[in-house]
Ligand binder design. Sequence first.
Ligand SMILES: NC(=O)c1ccc[n+]([C@@H]2O[C@H](COP(=O)([O-])OP(=O)(O)OC[C@H]3O[C@@H](n4cnc5c(N)ncnc54)[C@H](O)[C@@H]3O)[C@@H](O)[C@H]2O)c1
Length: 242
Amino acid sequence: MRIKTVRFGLIGAGGIGQIRAQALKGLKDCLLTAITDVNKEQARAIAATFSTKIRLFDDYRQMLASDDVDAIIVSTPPQFHEQITVSALEAGKHVLCEKPLSNSVDACRRMVEASRTTGKTLATGFNHRYFPAIQFVKHTLDSGQIGELDHVRAFAGHTGLSEFKAPWMYDKQIMGGGALMDNGIHIIDLTRYLLGEVDEVFGIATCNIWKLDRAEDNGFALMRSPQGKTAVLHATWSEWKG
Ligand SMILES: NC(=O)c1ccc[n+]([C@@H]2O[C@H](COP(=O)([O-])OP(=O)(O)OC[C@H]3O[C@@H](n4cnc5c(N)ncnc54)[C@H](O)[C@@H]3O)[C@@H](O)[C@H]2O)c1
């Protein structure tokens, strides 16, 4: 069966948006056909690295109205994720929205609901699942080769504010949190991927190092699955990167 080529539009051509755009170049059956960014120079520069035709839009709403796009990648800062994603789903597009999906649980629920009612796919940018090392762990566990997983111990960290290129990246109002929303979100996702769903969570968030307003520089979580499997997670902005 011939698979239809999926035509992607990129909204937000910054750091991760550019990585997503370059990744599409290597994918069969996927094509980047449109870009929009409030920084038009940046959008133009990314489009110029493609040998295929890329349409540049002044505004994301114009892109959503276009029939030339089947799926959207939302890689703007998080405060725009909900509005853009819900509009895209309602315009009949599938969406890959960067993490964090949004900066509040309610907003995330509205986005998931929009995906359900429109029947369009909504995915989050949890790319760590696809790292070869994680795929190896997942396949090994699923094969039963090493027996049953008992618990997960996960760490994600970097040095903190010196790591960020813009203040919104550690602004609670925009990100919805601190280290746990920044890099901790990936190990939370990986824990659920490897351990299964969790239904009990205990946590502590501290702001002692960078002293930001409600954006924790260290977040500690203890989780348990309905089968009694445990995970202990630490996300930090006060250690070496890794
Ligand atoms: N999955 C990952 O591993 C990963 C890694 C880095 C960042 N991210 C996430 O990706 C998102 C973007 O982060 P980034 O590091 O690329 O930021 P960035 O600042 O480098 O890029 C954001 C881009 O969005 C553009 N933009 C802002 N508002 C817009 C709007 N309304 N319409 C169109 N364009 C708009 C900006 O001009 C900028 O070019 C964040 O949610 C971040 O948490 C995910």
